[in-house]
Write a protein that binds this ligand. Structure first.
Ligand code: FE2
Length: 592
């Protein structure tokens, strides 16, 4: 799952969701009423009206200067889509996993861009150690909400929501699309033309959509040579660049301006050192500054590549990794000396499309395993592959080693959220609509004996979308902070899990309020430390009853709320976030 993504309808969310701003009383006191922009309504049989066209930034999008032949061909293809394909698509029953009525219900529905809004209302205090920094969170926000076509929440265009904190405790907010090649072209055309890989590519309709896309590409109406990704899932700061990522493309470089606005600099190939897609969860080793990353391919071998860049952005390792099947590898982990890669049972099988299904399937004939790679390896002969049957961790929060007296690694500990049934994000396995079980789990692998122990933690809670202190990524950490993904797919609060004692401390957003991934901030005050220096958690929260969005700030030590920022517009539920410290904002690369 990316953040609080949906595979099913929120149990209490009607497809006919209205958003009327109402007075509300804040958790920390009564506050003035603010009005939010009128959000999208989404109803089962009503095509969603297009919102105002997005201004196209790139001058070289190819749709503007078509010759007469191409204009005719373009019109013919539009007619085929509108008069032939779309009516047929309307006749089919979509599973909830790709039905936009459910995938974009309520606060999962998209919003428009919001320019920077300054001097937001702050209740309580912005801790000093957060001041001068910025919290950014990625998410999927389709520019063209679908009507008859299949749509999965993961298919939406990437939009980043940013709150910047001023030096005097002020707060600003904005949200901007990441200007991907895909988004720019669709905005220029005024219609969606790129296939949605999860929601659309099902059965013969999926083939038809692919055919339309290939036809538009062949006449030069669409250019896929600059990627087709959405950049909607993850965020990482590396070597002076904030990168927005989905796993189907290169990252996009986004800059946070001095006034808190966001500007897409462009698609980033690490100075021509990366020529294929990168997953959305690269890892920055806090000790070395190296960035570790993966790239998987659903069509061509090698299905998986590992690569590493040093802190200066130079590629220092690239390795092909053999896999029997093209496998979805959304996340992985690093330790001090190893890279830990899951090789689970959610795989890509295009032949499933012929039978009318999704190409993303749960393969019960495959044995789930973890691959353990020494960081100093030169070829894949050093990889240990350890079977861990019936294990599916969409996300891994951390991993660390236990060593013998000679410093050799004996045990690898992996901390992840295990989902059952696997792949339930992508396909319906339970016709009754039951939520998947997502259990925080510690997996202990003995590299010498191959023995595996699995220990569920915080039992009884569905825990997903979380973070540890990234300053200690790859090393044993005592606490992990996770979204309580209940009622699925919403998140009702944050759980702080003490891995030493097993104690779980919950922070609740309150009745009718839901958030997403908590972003853990271990910040230090610049200059003289303040009494409120410490560890904090932030998350966007939506009070669904009162129709208001806030950024809540929770002190991690005792899980008490210390402040909130009232936001001027609705912030949809989303995926992964990051906090940029003042020096990281200042040190952003100015030009590429
Ligand atoms: Fe993710």
């Amino acid at each position: 799952m990316n953040g609080s993504s949906s595979s099913q309808s929120p149990p209490h969310a009607s497809p006919q969701v209205l958003h009327f701003p109402l007075p509300r009383e804040s958790l920390l006191g009564r506050l003035p009423v603010r009005r939010s922009p009128m959000p999208l309504r989404l109803q089962p049989d009503m095509p969603v009206p297009l919102r105002p066209p997005l201004k196209v930034c790139s001058p070289d999008v190819c749709s503007q200067n078509l010759n007469p032949f191409r204009k005719i061909a373009s019109s013919v293809l539009d007619f085929v889509e509108d008069a032939v394909l779309s009516p047929f698509e309307k006749t089919r029953d979509l599973p909830k996993t790709v039905d936009p009525v459910f995938q974009l219900a309520g606060n999962f529905s998209p919003v428009q861009e919001c320019p920077v809004q300054h001097r937001l209302e702050v209740v309580g205090q912005i801790p000093h150690c957060l001041r001068g920094g910025a919290y950014l969170r990625n998410g999927a926000n389709p520019l063209f909400p679908p009507s008859s076509r299949g749509h999965h929440l993961f298919d939406g265009d990437g939009m980043i929501h940013a709150v910047t904190f001023g030096s005097q405790g002020q707060a600003s907010y904005c949200c901007r699309y990441t200007r991907t090649s895909r988004l720019e072209q669709e905005a220029a055309l005024g219609r969606p033309v790129f296939p949605k890989p999860i929601g659309e590519l099902h059965g013969r309709y999926g083939f038809a959509r692919l055919g339309l896309f290939m036809a538009r590409t062949s006449i030069g109406l669409v250019d896929d040579s600059h990627g087709a990704g959405t950049a909607n899932a993850g965020l990482v700061y590396f070597n002076g660049r904030l990168l927005a990522m989905s796993e189907d493309d290169l990252p996009y470089h986004v800059k946070v301006d001095a006034d808190g606005d966001l500007k897409t600099i462009g698609r980033f190939d690490f100075d021509k050192q990366l020529d294929r897609q990168m997953i959305a969860h690269p890892k920055v080793d806090p000790a070395t500054g190296d960035l570790h990353a993966l790239s998987y391919d659903v069509l061509r071998k090698p299905y998986l590549k590992y690569f590493r860049f040093n802190r200066h952005g130079q590629r220092t390792c690239q390795l092909d990794i053999s896999l029997e099947l093209p496998t979805m590898i959304h996340d992985f982990a690093i330790t001090e000396d190893h890279v830990i890669i899951p090789d689970h049972q959610v795989v890509f099988r295009l032949s499933e499309m012929i039978r009318g299904g999704s190409p993303v399937i749960f393969d019960q004939t495959k044995t789930s395993r973890f691959m353990i790679l020494p960081k100093d390896m030169h070829d894949q002969s050093a990889i240990q592959r350890i079977d861990v049957p019936d294990c599916f961790c969409f996300h891994l929060w951390n991993a660390w080693e236990e060593k013998d007296e000679r410093g050799n690694t004996v045990v690898i500990n992996i901390l992840g959220s295990c989902m059952d049934p696997p792949g339930s994000i992508f396909n319906e396995y339970d016709q009754n609509g039951s939520a998947p079980r997502i259990e925080l789990t510690k997996i202990r692998i003995n590299l010498r004996s191959g023995q595996v122990e699995r220990r569920p933690l915080a039992q009884g809670l569905n825990l997903e979308a979380g973070q540890v202190d990234r300053k200690f990524l790859g090393r044993e950490t005592r606490y992990v902070y996770l979204a309580i993904a209940e009622p699925w797919p919403k998140c009702r609060g944050i759980a702080k899990v003490d891995l030493l004692t097993g104690e779980v401390t919950e922070f609740s957003y309150g009745r009718g309020s839901y958030g997403g991934e908590p972003c853990y901030i271990n910040a230090t005050c610049e200059g003289s430390p303040s009494s409120d220096c410490g560890d904090y958690l932030v998350s966007y929260v939506r009070d669904e009853g009162r129709e208001e969005s806030e950024l809540v700030i929770v002190r991690a030590s005792d899980m008490q709320q210390v402040g909130l920022v009232r936001l001027p517009a609705r912030v949809p539920y989303g995926f992964h976030g990051i906090f940029l410290r003042p020096e990281e904002l200042r040190n952003q690369v100015v030009c590429c």
